[in-house]
Design a binder for this molecule. Structure first.
Ligand code: FPP
Ligand code: MG
Length: 319
């Protein structure tokens, strides 16, 4: 019998249904109108990865949908809080809760979202699942903290930068692949392979995001060009350019790191001269390939393919 990947659309619809039933944030916003989400245009990337992995392991069902909803709720919680940390007024082109309702509402909205996520996790009645989620949240917070401490630091080691991305972004991607392994009662070594593969996909996703800050078209990405650079984030592509790029480009980018008044046209031209897309692209490919080998070792080639196609789409995207 030939294995066929499931259509995820009905499962993603189920995720929206579970999220709605878990309640909106109306009690926090008594005016009741337009109860905000942190990210109206969200791609549900983590839910998709979880459901795809579950499908590859024959674990696609209500429990997987509940956990996919939970992982998105943890992500939403982290975004409410991130917008406070970053003082962000816009997310995906829409005003943030932090902007419209202030710090207090944004922090509490994040707390409520996080509590809902843990309530969903408890529905599975599986302690290892609960532990995996709490571990990921601790990593998430530690990555976010380390990122703040590294602001403006052009001498950050590349390994430390990767470790920040692994914690900040890789943690929830790792969880998205690990949880289906736990649901499917796979041996610990396989669960760890899946976790590691998710981490690598998250690392690639973050580096792709960071690359788009430098080379993306704001009309397509919906984000300000060079916004992360102006905020002083020493991201993976920035550090690669500082270490390996042409001296002139490196100097322009070093000067622009953390400078909100930098000459954007000049910096963009310097970045274009450094062929950063190819430089970063070869690293992305290596991470996605390593993730591919790990998943394949668990599921076999055929079942790994749809998940890896999704991973590649996330690593090589233009928005
Ligand atoms: C977005 O980063 C932020 C994160 C990936 C993590 C934020 C985590 C916390 C604030 C810890 C609190 C966690 C919980 C669960 C309550 P970014 O600023 O690089 O991306 P952006 O462009 O989307 O803002
Ligand atoms: Mg942010």
């Amino acid at each position: 019998v030939i294995w066929e990947p499931a259509d995820l659309a009905p499962w993603l619809a189920r995720v929206e249904e579970i999220a709605r039933a878990a309640g909106d944030l109306a009690p926090l916003f008594p005016a009741g109108r337009d109860v905000p989400r942190p990210s109206p245009g969200g791609k549900r990337v983590r839910a998709r990865l979880l459901l795809r992995t579950a499908d590859a392991l024959d674990a696609l069902g209500e429990e997987a949908a509940v956990l996919a909803t939970a992982i998105e709720a943890v992500h939403d919680a982290s975004l409410f809080h991130d917008d406070v940390v970053d003082g962000a007024l816009l997310r995906r082109g829409a005003p943030t809760v932090h902007a419209t309702h202030g710090n207090r509402a944004a922090i509490l909205a994040g707390d409520v979202c996080f509590a809902r996520a843990m309530d969903l996790v408890c529905r599975t009645d599986r302690v290892p699942v609960y532990r995996a989620v709490t571990r990921a949240v601790v990593d998430l917070a530690s990555g976010q903290f380390a990122e703040g401490a590294a602001r403006g630091d052009a001498s950050l080691a590349i390994d430390d930068c990767v470790s920040i991305a692994d914690r900040k972004t890789g943690s929830l991607f790792a969880l998205a692949l690990e949880l289906p392994g736990l649901l499917a009662d796979r041996p610990a070594a396989d669960v760890e392979r899946l976790r590691r593969a998710g981490l690598l996909l998250g690392r690639a996703f973050q580096a792709a995001d960071d690359l788009l800050d430098l080379t993306g078209d704001p009309g397509v990405t919906g984000k300000d060009a060079l916004g992360d650079l102006a905020e002083g984030k020493p991201t993976f592509p920035v550090l690669l350019l500082l270490r390996e790029g042409p001296a002139e480009a490196a100097q322009a980018v070093r000067a622009a790191l953390g400078d909100p008044h930098a000459d954007l046209a000049r910096v963009s031209a310097a970045i274009r001269s450094a062929d950063l897309t190819a430089r970063v692209g070869s690293r992305l490919r290596a991470w996605v390939d390593e993730a591919g080998s790990l998943v394949t070792a668990v599921t076999g080639t055929e079942r790994a393919a749809p998940l890896l196609a999704l991973g590649r789409d996330l690593a090589f995207r233009d928005r």
